[in-house]
Write a protein that binds this ligand. Structure first.
Ligand code: ATP
Length: 194
């Protein structure tokens, strides 16, 4: 697999009539992780969507190499299927299953028979992370991955991020909560407020 890379040059983001940030550049190579911090409304989610290619920046460019995955509050799993079947659906498309060890780390093994719509907030978040692992993508863009998680699950997410980057992946994590990341690089969005 080719090494992945994610770089942004002189990005600006406008929402409505407001420029949220400008002059923002970043560069991540294989194995690196970045936490994006800032108070509510500073544009963390907007930056993640720009990096994903889902939103056009007001100015600047994004350079992407490698396969990408985005996790936000929307759970891309069929609400009517048991969790195991909902994950299997994507496994068939992606050709990449969730390793048993990851299911155990995310404490999902006992929930595979439960319909997705019955999962609690934290369980839904963990299911979304299983879907992420299922996709086998190189560049992870995670929008508030710790929301709703208990301490044990937070530790699991940190462990999965360390494994992912240790294996040559890249992670960008938008979070207003502290999170342990390999290298512990931080980009504080208010520093780029226009
Ligand atoms: N479609 C839109 N049109 C106009 N303004 C928008 C639009 N979407 C978001 N915004 C505004 O852009 C700003 C940044 O939103 P964004 O969701 O990127 O912030 P955030 O830092 O992720 O916030 P939070 O920590 O609350 O998740 C907010 O003030 C929001 O109201």
């Amino acid at each position: 697999m080719e090494p992945c890379r994610l770089a942004a040059t002189e990005l600006a983001c406008r929402r409505g009539d407001r420029v949220l940030f400008s002059g923002l550049s970043l560069a991540l190579e294989a194995g690196e992780a970045l936490q994006v911090t800032g108070p509510n409304g500073t544009g963390k989610s907007s930056l993640i969507r720009i990096l994903a290619g889902l939103m056009r920046p007001f100015a600047g460019d994004v350079e992407r190499a490698g396969s990408m995955a985005l996790i936000d509050e929307r759970l891309a799993l069929d609400e009517h299927l048991p969790l195991g079947s909902a994950l299997d659906f994507w496994q068939k498309l992606d050709g990449c299953g969730v390793p048993d060890a990851a299911l155990a780390t995310l404490q999902l093994q006992g929930l595979l028979e439960v319909p997705v719509r019955f999962l609690s907030t934290g369980q839904r978040k963990r299911a979304g992370l299983a879907r992420l692992l299922n996709s086998g993508r190189q560049v992870w863009l995670l929008d508030e991955p710790l929301n709703g998680l208990d301490d044990q699950a937070r530790g699991a997410v940190e462990a999965l991020l360390a494994l992912h980057c240790g294996g040559g992946g890249i992670a960008v994590v938008a979070s207003h909560q502290p999170i342990a990341l390999p290298g512990q690089k931080t980009l504080h969005l208010p520093n780029f407020t226009a």
